[in-house]
Design a binder for this molecule. Structure first.
Ligand code: ZN
Length: 106
C-alpha cells in the first residue's frame, strides 16, 4: 500500500519534471524569437573627448568603472575601446594596490 503511494508520487514527480523541461524549451524558443533590441552604439568616452591619460590617483573617475562590490566593470558595460579599457584596468589595479580603491566591498 505504502509502496503504491510512493510510486504514484514518483510518477507525479517525473511528470512534473517533464512539464518543467517542456516549459523551459518554449521559454528558450520565445527568447530566441524575440525581436532584436535596439541598442545605441557606445562610444569610448576617452577616445571621444581626447582626454588626458587616465590617472590612478583620480579615484572619482575610476569609481565610475567599478561595480558596487568593487569589481571592474566589463567593456560591454563601460563601452570603452580595448586600449582604454586596459588603461582603466591598470589604473584601478594600481589604485587598489595603494588602497585608494577597495579590492572588494561586502
Ligand atoms: Zn578609447
Amino acid at each position: 500500500m505504502a509502496e503504491e503511494v510512493k510510486q504514484a508520487a514518483e510518477e507525479a514527480e517525473t511528470q512534473q519534471a517533464a512539464q518543467d523541461t517542456a516549459e523551459k524549451k518554449t521559454e528558450r524558443t520565445a527568447r530566441t524569437r524575440r525581436k532584436p533590441m535596439h541598442r545605441r552604439k557606445k562610444v569610448c568616452r576617452f577616445c571621444a573627448k581626447n582626454a588626458a591619460p587616465l590617472d590612478y590617483k583620480d579615484t572619482e573617475t575610476l569609481r565610475q568603472f567599478i561595480s558596487e562590490r568593487g569589481k571592474i566593470l566589463p567593456r560591454r558595460v563601460t563601452g570603452c575601446c580595448a586600449k582604454h579599457q586596459r588603461a582603466v584596468t591598470t589604473a584601478v589595479k594600481r589604485a587598489r594596490h595603494i588602497a585608494l580603491l577597495p579590492y572588494m566591498t561586502e
